[in-house]
Design a protein around this ligand. Structure first.
Ligand code: NAD
Length: 308
């Protein structure tokens, strides 16, 4: 297998001033990509703004002989994102790779959380990612080439106390990926999700120092680079941290079919162990696959033939 290179490719990395985004931007540039280093330069909870961090990453890339520009768009601001994409197009005429990484935290238990904090976090992670991907989409279709990554989190995939806003927004990445994977396939646009766990300012007080050293952002970037490479897979959720890489998958069990008078809540309860039995479980290709499966189950149980 040849080296993974990004020569001639243009990449946008959001939230690339520090942490994981910075590591991704440097990793892309080191392998030949021209990089738009986006960062609003906010604190961990989204307050303030500064162009310093993004500019310093641009300088680092230039110092290693690469090409980069910075842009301070707030990803949740659609007009600012459009301006960023227009500037990238003016500079380099194409956009091949879109890494949605920018993010904030506003943790509180659900009972104490103001809905404004819920909305703000969803706005940055979900609407922000959709804004950037949406602005890149027409160019990617036109080019018949695009690689998009969303950044999820174990908080969204598995849950984390005190992060209802963040967990909901991060789980939404999977939904967005699933649909864009289907819509992008005919135009050679591949869409994946990274679920990192890293020592950054986002996690600094959670990790003992020895673990923090192991969980450096640079241990995750190789996975991101694979997800945006020429031979990237699509619709993959890749967990990454400290050199571990693992895929998260959503399976549906085979299930059971209850008809007519047998279709009662008591029957669901009585047969719940069969409903949840992992034997024969499968990944479904799309939403309609589930509709088809259930209709076929019922038809078969009734001795009917469907046109499918
Ligand atoms: P970080 O706080 O170090 O960096 C986030 C960057 O995003 C900052 O530079 C910030 O200025 C920028 N940013 C925030 N809001 C922005 C906005 N509206 N527009 C543009 N830029 C904005 O965080 P990190 O740990 O490097 O996290 C990067 C991504 O990875 C985030 O999406 C985060 O949720 C996700 N993640 C991180 C971890 C972890 O363990 N660190 C775990 C799971 C997921």
């Amino acid at each position: 297998m040849g080296d993974i290179r990004f020569d001639g490719r243009v990449a946008i990395v959001t939230g690339a001033g520090v942490g994981l985004g910075r590591s991704h931007a440097l990793g892309l540039a080191a392998r030949g990509a021209r990089v738009v280093v986006n960062d609003l330069g906010v604190s961990r909870d989204g307050t303030g703004a500064s162009s310093e961090a993004a500019l310093s990453v641009v300088e680092e890339i230039k110092a290693m002989g690469g090409e980069a520009i910075s842009h301070g768009a707030d990803v949740s601001d659609e007009e600012a994102v459009k301006d960023m994409i227009a500037q990238a197009m003016d500079a380099w005429g194409r956009i091949d790779i879109c890494v949605n990484n920018a993010g904030i935290l506003m943790d509180k238990t659900f009972s104490k959380m103001e809905m404004s904090a819920f909305r703000k976090v969803v706005d940055v992670h979900l609407i922000g990612s959709a804004n950037v991907a949406h602005a890149c989409w027409p160019m990617m279709r036109e080019q018949q080439y695009g690689r998009v990554v969303f950044t999820s989190s174990a908080s969204g995939l598995y849950g984390n106390f005190g992060q209802s806003n963040y967990g909901a927004a991060k789980a939404a990445m999977m939904g967005l990926m699933n649909v864009l994977h289907l819509e992008g396939a005919r135009d050679n646009i591949r869409v994946n999700t990274l679920a990192p766990t890293a020592a950054t300012r986002m996690t600094e007080e959670l990790l003992p120092p020895e673990a923090a050293t192991l969980l450096a952002p640079e241990t995750i970037t190789p996975g991101l680079l694979y997800l945006v490479s020429e031979d990237a897979p699509s619709r993959v959720i890749l967990g990454a941290g400290a050199g571990s890489f693992a895929q998260t998958r959503v399976y549906e069990t085979k299930g059971i079919t209850l008809l007519d008078a047998d279709n009662t809540p008591e029957a669901v309860a009585a047969r719940f162990s069969e409903i949840s039995d992992p034997k024969g479980q499968a990944e479904l290709d799309d939403a309609f696959s589930q509709t088809k499966k259930y209709a076929l189950n019922a038809a078969q149980a009734r001795g009917l033939k469907l046109g499918w």
